[in-house]
Write a protein that binds this ligand. Structure first.
Ligand SMILES: Cc1cc2nc3c(=O)[nH]c(=O)nc-3n(C[C@H](O)[C@H](O)[C@H](O)COP(=O)(O)OP(=O)(O)OC[C@H]3O[C@@H](n4cnc5c(N)ncnc54)[C@H](O)[C@@H]3O)c2cc1C
Length: 477
Protein backbone atom coordinates (compact mmCIF):
# COMPACT_ATOMS: atom_id res chain seq x y z
CA UNK A 1 0.00 0.00 0.00
CA UNK A 2 2.80 2.36 0.91
CA UNK A 3 3.76 3.54 -2.59
CA UNK A 4 0.29 3.77 -4.11
CA UNK A 5 -0.42 7.36 -3.04
CA UNK A 6 1.92 9.95 -4.54
CA UNK A 7 3.39 12.92 -2.70
CA UNK A 8 4.71 16.03 -4.41
CA UNK A 9 8.38 15.31 -5.16
CA UNK A 10 10.71 16.98 -2.66
CA UNK A 11 12.34 20.18 -3.87
CA UNK A 12 16.07 19.43 -4.20
CA UNK A 13 16.94 23.08 -3.53
CA UNK A 14 15.31 22.91 -0.09
CA UNK A 15 16.85 19.56 0.83
CA UNK A 16 20.31 20.82 -0.11
CA UNK A 17 19.90 23.83 2.24
CA UNK A 18 18.79 21.72 5.22
CA UNK A 19 21.63 22.70 7.59
CA UNK A 20 21.08 26.40 6.93
CA UNK A 21 17.30 26.10 7.35
CA UNK A 22 17.71 24.25 10.67
CA UNK A 23 20.01 26.99 11.93
CA UNK A 24 17.50 29.67 10.92
CA UNK A 25 14.52 27.85 12.47
CA UNK A 26 16.44 27.40 15.73
CA UNK A 27 16.47 31.19 16.01
CA UNK A 28 12.69 31.39 15.74
CA UNK A 29 11.54 28.98 18.48
CA UNK A 30 12.75 28.43 22.07
CA UNK A 31 15.55 25.97 22.81
CA UNK A 32 14.35 22.37 22.56
CA UNK A 33 11.44 23.30 20.27
CA UNK A 34 13.22 22.34 17.04
CA UNK A 35 13.29 18.59 16.31
CA UNK A 36 15.67 17.38 13.60
CA UNK A 37 17.54 14.26 14.74
CA UNK A 38 16.42 11.27 12.61
CA UNK A 39 15.19 9.19 15.58
CA UNK A 40 13.32 12.12 17.08
CA UNK A 41 11.53 12.72 13.77
CA UNK A 42 10.06 9.19 13.61
CA UNK A 43 6.86 10.00 15.61
CA UNK A 44 6.10 12.78 13.11
CA UNK A 45 6.43 10.57 10.01
CA UNK A 46 2.82 9.41 10.05
CA UNK A 47 -0.55 9.97 11.75
CA UNK A 48 -3.65 7.79 12.29
CA UNK A 49 -3.42 6.73 8.62
CA UNK A 50 -0.48 4.48 9.40
CA UNK A 51 -0.13 2.83 6.00
CA UNK A 52 1.94 5.82 4.80
CA UNK A 53 4.94 7.60 6.28
CA UNK A 54 7.44 10.26 5.22
CA UNK A 55 10.28 11.80 7.24
CA UNK A 56 9.99 15.61 7.31
CA UNK A 57 12.84 18.07 6.98
CA UNK A 58 12.29 19.24 10.57
CA UNK A 59 9.62 19.79 13.22
CA UNK A 60 9.06 23.03 15.10
CA UNK A 61 6.94 23.18 18.24
CA UNK A 62 6.19 26.87 18.88
CA UNK A 63 4.70 28.08 22.17
CA UNK A 64 3.12 31.36 21.01
CA UNK A 65 1.26 32.85 18.06
CA UNK A 66 4.22 35.18 17.50
CA UNK A 67 6.54 32.17 17.08
CA UNK A 68 4.11 30.52 14.66
CA UNK A 69 3.99 33.78 12.69
CA UNK A 70 7.79 33.98 12.59
CA UNK A 71 8.07 30.40 11.27
CA UNK A 72 5.41 31.06 8.61
CA UNK A 73 7.08 34.31 7.53
CA UNK A 74 10.39 32.48 7.12
CA UNK A 75 8.96 29.46 5.27
CA UNK A 76 6.92 31.74 3.01
CA UNK A 77 9.99 33.79 2.13
CA UNK A 78 11.92 30.67 1.06
CA UNK A 79 8.90 28.71 -0.31
CA UNK A 80 9.38 25.87 2.16
CA UNK A 81 6.31 23.59 2.52
CA UNK A 82 4.67 23.58 5.97
CA UNK A 83 2.49 20.80 7.36
CA UNK A 84 0.48 21.85 10.46
CA UNK A 85 0.02 19.14 13.05
CA UNK A 86 -2.04 18.80 16.22
CA UNK A 87 -2.02 15.38 17.89
CA UNK A 88 -1.54 13.44 14.63
CA UNK A 89 -4.76 11.39 14.97
CA UNK A 90 -5.96 12.16 11.43
CA UNK A 91 -7.36 9.06 9.75
CA UNK A 92 -6.95 10.46 6.23
CA UNK A 93 -3.22 11.24 6.37
CA UNK A 94 -3.82 14.98 6.81
CA UNK A 95 -0.79 15.42 9.08
CA UNK A 96 1.62 13.15 7.16
CA UNK A 97 4.54 15.33 6.02
CA UNK A 98 6.49 15.37 2.81
CA UNK A 99 10.27 15.16 2.80
CA UNK A 100 11.00 18.83 2.17
CA UNK A 101 8.38 20.08 4.66
CA UNK A 102 8.64 21.68 8.05
CA UNK A 103 6.06 20.17 10.40
CA UNK A 104 4.49 22.93 12.48
CA UNK A 105 3.33 21.13 15.63
CA UNK A 106 0.81 22.98 17.81
CA UNK A 107 0.83 20.54 20.73
CA UNK A 108 2.91 22.84 22.96
CA UNK A 109 0.20 25.52 22.72
CA UNK A 110 -2.06 23.81 25.22
CA UNK A 111 -3.34 26.57 27.51
CA UNK A 112 -6.97 27.38 28.21
CA UNK A 113 -6.97 31.18 27.94
CA UNK A 114 -10.44 32.22 29.03
CA UNK A 115 -13.64 30.63 30.30
CA UNK A 116 -16.58 33.00 30.11
CA UNK A 117 -19.75 31.47 31.57
CA UNK A 118 -21.70 34.70 31.09
CA UNK A 119 -21.18 34.47 27.32
CA UNK A 120 -20.94 30.66 27.40
CA UNK A 121 -17.60 30.57 25.60
CA UNK A 122 -14.13 29.16 26.09
CA UNK A 123 -11.04 30.53 24.36
CA UNK A 124 -8.21 28.05 24.09
CA UNK A 125 -4.88 27.62 22.34
CA UNK A 126 -4.95 25.33 19.30
CA UNK A 127 -3.13 22.46 21.04
CA UNK A 128 -5.71 22.03 23.82
CA UNK A 129 -7.33 18.61 23.52
CA UNK A 130 -11.02 18.33 22.77
CA UNK A 131 -11.75 16.56 26.07
CA UNK A 132 -9.79 19.15 28.09
CA UNK A 133 -12.41 21.77 27.27
CA UNK A 134 -15.32 19.73 28.65
CA UNK A 135 -13.22 18.70 31.65
CA UNK A 136 -12.40 22.33 32.42
CA UNK A 137 -16.05 23.38 32.58
CA UNK A 138 -17.77 20.12 33.63
CA UNK A 139 -17.90 20.89 37.36
CA UNK A 140 -19.80 24.10 36.53
CA UNK A 141 -22.43 22.18 34.58
CA UNK A 142 -21.18 22.93 31.05
CA UNK A 143 -19.61 20.98 28.17
CA UNK A 144 -18.20 21.39 24.65
CA UNK A 145 -20.46 19.38 22.37
CA UNK A 146 -18.44 17.90 19.45
CA UNK A 147 -17.00 14.65 20.81
CA UNK A 148 -14.77 12.73 18.37
CA UNK A 149 -13.93 9.28 19.72
CA UNK A 150 -10.30 10.45 19.73
CA UNK A 151 -11.20 13.34 22.07
CA UNK A 152 -8.68 12.29 24.73
CA UNK A 153 -5.85 13.10 22.29
CA UNK A 154 -7.01 15.19 19.36
CA UNK A 155 -6.60 18.97 19.49
CA UNK A 156 -9.11 21.73 18.88
CA UNK A 157 -6.86 22.99 16.04
CA UNK A 158 -7.07 19.58 14.33
CA UNK A 159 -10.84 19.47 14.99
CA UNK A 160 -11.26 22.84 13.26
CA UNK A 161 -9.04 21.85 10.32
CA UNK A 162 -11.09 18.65 9.81
CA UNK A 163 -14.48 20.03 10.91
CA UNK A 164 -14.63 17.02 13.21
CA UNK A 165 -17.79 15.35 14.42
CA UNK A 166 -18.63 12.72 17.00
CA UNK A 167 -21.42 10.60 18.45
CA UNK A 168 -23.28 13.52 20.00
CA UNK A 169 -23.14 15.77 16.92
CA UNK A 170 -26.52 14.53 15.65
CA UNK A 171 -28.26 17.00 17.95
CA UNK A 172 -25.55 19.60 18.57
CA UNK A 173 -23.86 19.85 15.17
CA UNK A 174 -20.21 19.36 14.28
CA UNK A 175 -17.23 21.66 14.94
CA UNK A 176 -18.37 24.40 12.55
CA UNK A 177 -21.66 24.72 14.45
CA UNK A 178 -19.83 25.20 17.76
CA UNK A 179 -16.98 27.49 16.71
CA UNK A 180 -17.28 31.24 17.25
CA UNK A 181 -13.84 32.61 16.50
CA UNK A 182 -10.21 31.84 15.64
CA UNK A 183 -6.84 33.54 15.67
CA UNK A 184 -5.27 32.58 12.36
CA UNK A 185 -1.70 32.93 11.12
CA UNK A 186 -1.75 33.41 7.36
CA UNK A 187 0.84 31.90 5.07
CA UNK A 188 3.06 35.01 5.12
CA UNK A 189 2.98 35.30 8.91
CA UNK A 190 0.21 37.90 9.13
CA UNK A 191 -2.06 37.31 12.16
CA UNK A 192 -5.81 37.86 11.82
CA UNK A 193 -8.84 37.32 14.06
CA UNK A 194 -12.06 35.89 12.66
CA UNK A 195 -15.29 36.00 14.70
CA UNK A 196 -15.24 36.42 18.47
CA UNK A 197 -17.49 35.63 21.43
CA UNK A 198 -20.62 36.45 19.47
CA UNK A 199 -22.70 34.42 17.05
CA UNK A 200 -22.41 34.99 13.30
CA UNK A 201 -19.06 36.58 12.37
CA UNK A 202 -19.18 39.80 10.37
CA UNK A 203 -18.41 39.92 6.63
CA UNK A 204 -17.94 36.82 4.49
CA UNK A 205 -18.19 33.60 6.48
CA UNK A 206 -14.42 33.08 6.53
CA UNK A 207 -14.75 31.16 9.79
CA UNK A 208 -16.88 28.62 7.93
CA UNK A 209 -14.21 28.46 5.23
CA UNK A 210 -11.39 27.84 7.71
CA UNK A 211 -13.39 25.07 9.39
CA UNK A 212 -12.62 21.96 7.33
CA UNK A 213 -9.80 23.57 5.32
CA UNK A 214 -7.34 20.81 6.34
CA UNK A 215 -4.46 23.11 7.26
CA UNK A 216 -4.30 24.69 3.78
CA UNK A 217 -5.56 28.23 4.41
CA UNK A 218 -3.70 29.20 7.58
CA UNK A 219 -2.58 28.04 11.01
CA UNK A 220 -5.17 28.21 13.79
CA UNK A 221 -3.40 29.25 17.01
CA UNK A 222 -6.44 30.08 19.19
CA UNK A 223 -10.12 29.20 19.09
CA UNK A 224 -13.24 30.49 20.82
CA UNK A 225 -15.90 27.79 21.13
CA UNK A 226 -19.46 27.60 22.36
CA UNK A 227 -20.15 26.05 25.79
CA UNK A 228 -23.47 24.33 26.39
CA UNK A 229 -25.29 23.64 29.66
CA UNK A 230 -25.40 19.94 30.55
CA UNK A 231 -28.87 18.42 30.08
CA UNK A 232 -31.04 17.52 33.05
CA UNK A 233 -30.62 13.83 32.28
CA UNK A 234 -29.35 11.52 29.51
CA UNK A 235 -30.12 7.87 28.81
CA UNK A 236 -28.49 5.60 26.21
CA UNK A 237 -30.71 2.73 25.04
CA UNK A 238 -29.61 -0.38 23.12
CA UNK A 239 -31.73 -1.61 20.21
CA UNK A 240 -30.71 -5.02 18.77
CA UNK A 241 -31.85 -6.15 15.30
CA UNK A 242 -31.68 -9.37 13.28
CA UNK A 243 -30.21 -7.58 10.27
CA UNK A 244 -28.08 -4.54 9.50
CA UNK A 245 -30.62 -3.46 6.93
CA UNK A 246 -33.48 -3.44 9.49
CA UNK A 247 -31.36 -1.27 11.80
CA UNK A 248 -30.45 1.06 8.93
CA UNK A 249 -34.06 1.51 7.84
CA UNK A 250 -35.11 2.11 11.44
CA UNK A 251 -32.60 4.99 11.70
CA UNK A 252 -33.97 6.57 8.52
CA UNK A 253 -37.54 6.28 9.84
CA UNK A 254 -36.70 7.79 13.25
CA UNK A 255 -35.10 10.86 11.66
CA UNK A 256 -37.77 10.95 8.96
CA UNK A 257 -40.41 11.15 11.72
CA UNK A 258 -38.77 14.36 12.92
CA UNK A 259 -37.30 12.77 16.06
CA UNK A 260 -33.76 13.97 16.83
CA UNK A 261 -32.13 12.08 19.71
CA UNK A 262 -28.69 13.25 20.86
CA UNK A 263 -26.97 10.29 19.22
CA UNK A 264 -27.76 7.26 17.06
CA UNK A 265 -24.73 5.01 16.67
CA UNK A 266 -24.62 1.76 14.70
CA UNK A 267 -22.56 -1.42 15.18
CA UNK A 268 -22.74 -4.60 13.10
CA UNK A 269 -22.07 -8.03 14.58
CA UNK A 270 -18.26 -8.01 14.15
CA UNK A 271 -18.11 -4.54 15.73
CA UNK A 272 -20.38 -5.60 18.62
CA UNK A 273 -18.14 -8.59 19.36
CA UNK A 274 -14.92 -6.56 19.15
CA UNK A 275 -16.23 -3.76 21.39
CA UNK A 276 -17.86 -6.10 23.91
CA UNK A 277 -14.64 -8.12 24.28
CA UNK A 278 -12.82 -4.86 25.03
CA UNK A 279 -15.28 -2.88 27.17
CA UNK A 280 -17.60 -5.54 28.70
CA UNK A 281 -20.42 -3.08 28.15
CA UNK A 282 -23.17 -5.71 28.11
CA UNK A 283 -23.93 -5.39 24.39
CA UNK A 284 -26.26 -8.20 23.18
CA UNK A 285 -24.24 -10.82 21.29
CA UNK A 286 -27.24 -12.59 19.73
CA UNK A 287 -28.12 -9.80 17.27
CA UNK A 288 -26.74 -8.86 13.84
CA UNK A 289 -26.84 -5.09 14.39
CA UNK A 290 -27.06 -2.75 17.34
CA UNK A 291 -28.16 0.87 17.64
CA UNK A 292 -27.09 2.96 20.62
CA UNK A 293 -29.70 5.71 20.85
CA UNK A 294 -29.23 8.42 23.46
CA UNK A 295 -32.07 10.68 24.53
CA UNK A 296 -31.80 13.55 26.98
CA UNK A 297 -33.88 16.08 28.92
CA UNK A 298 -36.27 15.65 31.84
CA UNK A 299 -37.52 12.14 32.71
CA UNK A 300 -40.83 12.96 31.02
CA UNK A 301 -39.13 14.24 27.85
CA UNK A 302 -36.89 11.19 27.64
CA UNK A 303 -39.82 8.81 28.21
CA UNK A 304 -41.87 10.47 25.49
CA UNK A 305 -39.08 10.44 22.90
CA UNK A 306 -38.16 6.86 23.72
CA UNK A 307 -41.75 5.67 23.37
CA UNK A 308 -41.86 7.06 19.81
CA UNK A 309 -38.50 5.48 18.93
CA UNK A 310 -39.47 2.09 20.38
CA UNK A 311 -42.68 2.13 18.35
CA UNK A 312 -40.70 2.71 15.12
CA UNK A 313 -38.11 0.08 16.09
CA UNK A 314 -40.92 -2.46 16.65
CA UNK A 315 -42.11 -1.87 13.09
CA UNK A 316 -38.62 -2.98 12.00
CA UNK A 317 -38.75 -6.15 14.14
CA UNK A 318 -36.42 -4.97 16.91
CA UNK A 319 -35.28 -8.00 18.92
CA UNK A 320 -33.81 -6.38 22.04
CA UNK A 321 -34.51 -3.05 23.73
CA UNK A 322 -32.39 -2.37 26.81
CA UNK A 323 -32.61 0.88 28.71
CA UNK A 324 -29.55 1.77 30.65
CA UNK A 325 -30.20 1.77 34.41
CA UNK A 326 -27.27 3.67 35.90
CA UNK A 327 -24.57 6.21 35.17
CA UNK A 328 -21.97 3.42 35.40
CA UNK A 329 -23.80 1.40 32.77
CA UNK A 330 -24.12 4.46 30.50
CA UNK A 331 -20.40 5.16 30.82
CA UNK A 332 -19.60 1.55 29.83
CA UNK A 333 -21.91 1.71 26.82
CA UNK A 334 -20.09 4.82 25.57
CA UNK A 335 -16.68 3.44 26.49
CA UNK A 336 -17.37 0.44 24.22
CA UNK A 337 -18.47 2.62 21.32
CA UNK A 338 -15.74 5.24 21.68
CA UNK A 339 -13.03 2.57 21.93
CA UNK A 340 -14.21 0.80 18.78
CA UNK A 341 -11.23 1.77 16.59
CA UNK A 342 -8.65 0.99 19.26
CA UNK A 343 -10.38 -2.30 20.11
CA UNK A 344 -10.38 -3.24 16.42
CA UNK A 345 -6.67 -2.47 16.28
CA UNK A 346 -6.14 -5.22 18.90
CA UNK A 347 -7.26 -7.90 16.44
CA UNK A 348 -6.12 -6.63 13.03
CA UNK A 349 -4.77 -3.72 11.05
CA UNK A 350 -7.59 -1.67 9.56
CA UNK A 351 -8.36 1.27 7.35
CA UNK A 352 -11.37 3.33 8.32
CA UNK A 353 -13.57 4.67 5.54
CA UNK A 354 -15.63 7.80 6.15
CA UNK A 355 -18.34 8.23 3.51
CA UNK A 356 -21.63 9.95 4.20
CA UNK A 357 -24.93 8.97 2.59
CA UNK A 358 -28.53 10.18 2.73
CA UNK A 359 -30.29 8.24 5.49
CA UNK A 360 -32.70 6.65 3.01
CA UNK A 361 -29.65 4.95 1.41
CA UNK A 362 -28.15 3.52 4.65
CA UNK A 363 -29.58 0.02 4.28
CA UNK A 364 -28.66 -0.18 0.58
CA UNK A 365 -25.10 1.05 1.13
CA UNK A 366 -24.60 -1.38 4.05
CA UNK A 367 -25.70 -4.29 1.81
CA UNK A 368 -23.49 -3.21 -1.10
CA UNK A 369 -20.55 -2.69 1.29
CA UNK A 370 -20.86 -6.33 2.40
CA UNK A 371 -20.85 -7.41 -1.25
CA UNK A 372 -17.70 -5.37 -2.03
CA UNK A 373 -15.90 -6.75 1.02
CA UNK A 374 -16.91 -10.33 0.11
CA UNK A 375 -15.70 -9.79 -3.47
CA UNK A 376 -12.22 -8.93 -2.17
CA UNK A 377 -12.24 -11.78 0.36
CA UNK A 378 -11.77 -9.36 3.26
CA UNK A 379 -13.49 -8.77 6.62
CA UNK A 380 -15.21 -5.60 7.78
CA UNK A 381 -16.57 -4.19 11.02
CA UNK A 382 -19.11 -1.36 10.66
CA UNK A 383 -19.36 1.10 13.53
CA UNK A 384 -20.57 4.60 12.74
CA UNK A 385 -22.63 7.73 13.36
CA UNK A 386 -25.86 6.39 11.84
CA UNK A 387 -28.03 9.40 12.64
CA UNK A 388 -25.73 11.55 10.48
CA UNK A 389 -25.50 8.89 7.74
CA UNK A 390 -21.73 8.98 8.36
CA UNK A 391 -20.48 5.45 7.67
CA UNK A 392 -17.20 4.02 8.99
CA UNK A 393 -16.53 0.57 7.54
CA UNK A 394 -13.31 -0.62 9.23
CA UNK A 395 -11.69 -2.84 6.60
CA UNK A 396 -9.49 -5.42 8.30
CA UNK A 397 -6.22 -6.43 6.62
CA UNK A 398 -2.60 -7.31 7.27
CA UNK A 399 -0.35 -4.27 6.84
CA UNK A 400 2.66 -6.56 6.25
CA UNK A 401 1.03 -8.34 3.31
CA UNK A 402 1.20 -6.02 0.24
CA UNK A 403 -1.46 -8.02 -1.64
CA UNK A 404 -3.88 -7.85 1.29
CA UNK A 405 -3.14 -4.15 1.72
CA UNK A 406 -3.78 -3.42 -1.96
CA UNK A 407 -7.11 -5.29 -1.74
CA UNK A 408 -8.13 -3.30 1.36
CA UNK A 409 -7.33 -0.04 -0.36
CA UNK A 410 -9.21 -1.03 -3.54
CA UNK A 411 -12.26 -2.15 -1.53
CA UNK A 412 -12.18 1.11 0.42
CA UNK A 413 -12.11 3.19 -2.75
CA UNK A 414 -15.08 1.25 -4.15
CA UNK A 415 -17.05 1.84 -0.96
CA UNK A 416 -16.36 5.59 -1.06
CA UNK A 417 -17.44 5.74 -4.71
CA UNK A 418 -20.59 3.84 -3.71
CA UNK A 419 -21.33 6.54 -1.10
CA UNK A 420 -20.95 9.31 -3.70
CA UNK A 421 -23.07 7.41 -6.24
CA UNK A 422 -25.77 6.93 -3.60
CA UNK A 423 -26.08 10.73 -3.32
CA UNK A 424 -23.60 11.18 -0.49
CA UNK A 425 -20.00 12.37 -0.24
CA UNK A 426 -16.43 11.18 0.27
CA UNK A 427 -16.01 12.39 3.81
CA UNK A 428 -18.23 12.97 6.80
CA UNK A 429 -15.67 14.06 9.36
CA UNK A 430 -12.17 12.67 8.71
CA UNK A 431 -11.34 14.96 5.80
CA UNK A 432 -9.85 14.21 2.39
CA UNK A 433 -6.16 14.30 3.34
CA UNK A 434 -4.11 12.10 1.05
CA UNK A 435 -6.45 9.14 1.49
CA UNK A 436 -9.33 10.41 -0.63
CA UNK A 437 -7.47 12.98 -2.70
CA UNK A 438 -7.43 10.84 -5.83
CA UNK A 439 -11.20 10.29 -5.56
CA UNK A 440 -12.00 14.01 -5.62
CA UNK A 441 -12.69 13.80 -9.36
CA UNK A 442 -15.36 11.18 -8.65
CA UNK A 443 -17.16 13.72 -6.47
CA UNK A 444 -16.43 16.98 -8.29
CA UNK A 445 -16.39 18.22 -11.88
CA UNK A 446 -13.19 19.96 -13.08
CA UNK A 447 -14.91 23.33 -12.84
CA UNK A 448 -15.84 22.72 -9.17
CA UNK A 449 -12.29 21.65 -8.34
CA UNK A 450 -10.83 24.65 -10.14
CA UNK A 451 -13.05 26.96 -8.10
CA UNK A 452 -12.01 25.34 -4.82
CA UNK A 453 -8.34 25.51 -5.82
CA UNK A 454 -8.76 29.20 -6.65
CA UNK A 455 -10.05 29.80 -3.11
CA UNK A 456 -7.06 27.95 -1.72
CA UNK A 457 -4.67 29.93 -3.95
CA UNK A 458 -6.22 33.19 -2.71
CA UNK A 459 -4.85 32.30 0.74
CA UNK A 460 -1.65 30.57 -0.37
CA UNK A 461 -0.58 31.42 -3.93
CA UNK A 462 2.75 29.58 -3.59
CA UNK A 463 0.89 26.45 -2.44
CA UNK A 464 3.15 25.72 0.52
CA UNK A 465 0.55 24.90 3.21
CA UNK A 466 -0.01 21.15 3.42
CA UNK A 467 0.59 20.90 -0.33
CA UNK A 468 0.16 17.18 -1.03
CA UNK A 469 -3.37 17.00 0.40
CA UNK A 470 -7.00 17.32 -0.72
CA UNK A 471 -6.54 18.20 -4.41
CA UNK A 472 -5.35 15.75 -7.09
CA UNK A 473 -1.66 16.35 -7.79
CA UNK A 474 -1.82 16.49 -11.61
CA UNK A 475 -1.45 19.98 -12.97
CA UNK A 476 0.54 21.16 -9.94
CA UNK A 477 4.24 21.17 -9.33
C1 LIG B 1 -9.27 6.22 17.34
C2 LIG B 1 -9.71 7.42 16.53
C3 LIG B 1 -11.04 7.82 16.58
C4 LIG B 1 -11.46 8.93 15.84
N1 LIG B 1 -12.77 9.31 15.94
C5 LIG B 1 -13.18 10.43 15.29
C6 LIG B 1 -14.53 10.87 15.41
O1 LIG B 1 -15.36 10.29 16.11
N2 LIG B 1 -14.88 11.98 14.72
C7 LIG B 1 -13.99 12.67 13.94
O2 LIG B 1 -14.37 13.66 13.34
N3 LIG B 1 -12.71 12.25 13.81
C8 LIG B 1 -12.28 11.17 14.46
N4 LIG B 1 -10.98 10.76 14.33
C9 LIG B 1 -10.06 11.51 13.44
C10 LIG B 1 -9.19 12.60 14.12
O3 LIG B 1 -9.10 12.38 15.50
C11 LIG B 1 -9.76 14.00 13.83
O4 LIG B 1 -9.62 14.30 12.45
C12 LIG B 1 -9.08 15.11 14.66
O5 LIG B 1 -9.77 16.31 14.49
C13 LIG B 1 -7.62 15.34 14.31
O6 LIG B 1 -7.08 16.17 15.32
P1 LIG B 1 -5.51 16.19 15.58
O7 LIG B 1 -5.23 17.20 16.62
O8 LIG B 1 -5.00 14.83 15.84
O9 LIG B 1 -5.00 16.74 14.17
P2 LIG B 1 -3.88 16.14 13.22
O10 LIG B 1 -4.17 14.72 12.92
O11 LIG B 1 -2.55 16.46 13.76
O12 LIG B 1 -4.12 17.02 11.92
C14 LIG B 1 -5.32 16.87 11.20
C15 LIG B 1 -5.36 17.96 10.10
O13 LIG B 1 -5.49 19.22 10.69
C16 LIG B 1 -4.42 20.09 10.29
N5 LIG B 1 -4.13 20.89 11.49
C17 LIG B 1 -3.88 20.42 12.74
N6 LIG B 1 -3.77 21.43 13.60
C18 LIG B 1 -3.95 22.57 12.89
C19 LIG B 1 -3.94 23.94 13.22
N7 LIG B 1 -3.76 24.36 14.47
N8 LIG B 1 -4.16 24.84 12.23
C20 LIG B 1 -4.36 24.44 10.96
N9 LIG B 1 -4.39 23.15 10.59
C21 LIG B 1 -4.18 22.22 11.55
C22 LIG B 1 -3.33 19.15 9.84
O14 LIG B 1 -2.47 19.75 8.89
C23 LIG B 1 -4.13 18.02 9.23
O15 LIG B 1 -4.51 18.34 7.92
C24 LIG B 1 -10.53 9.64 15.04
C25 LIG B 1 -9.20 9.24 15.00
C26 LIG B 1 -8.79 8.15 15.73
C27 LIG B 1 -7.33 7.75 15.67
Amino acid sequence: MSEAIAFLPPQAAILSRRAEILADLAELVPAGRLVHEPNALVPFETDGFIAYRRRPLAVVLPETTAQVAAVMKYCHRYTIPVVPRGAGTSLSGGAIPQEDAVVLGLSAMSRILDIDFANRTATVQAGVTNLNISEAVGADGFFYAPDPSSQLACTIGGNIAMNSGGAHCLKYGVTTNNLLGVKLVLVDGTVIDLGGKHLDAEGYDLLGLICGSEGQLGIVTEATVRLLAKPEGARPVLFGFDSAEAAGTCVADVIGAGIVPVAIEFMDKPAIEICEAFAKAGYPLDVEALLIVEVEGSEAEMDAMLASIVEIARRHGVKTVRECQSATEAALIWKGRKSAFGATGRIADYICMDGTVPLSQLAYVLRKTSEIIAHYGLRVANVFHAGDGNMHPLILYNINDPEDAAKAEAAGMEILKLCVDAGGCLTGEHGVGIEKRDLMRHQFAEVDLAQQMAVRAAFDAAWILNPSKVFPLEGRS
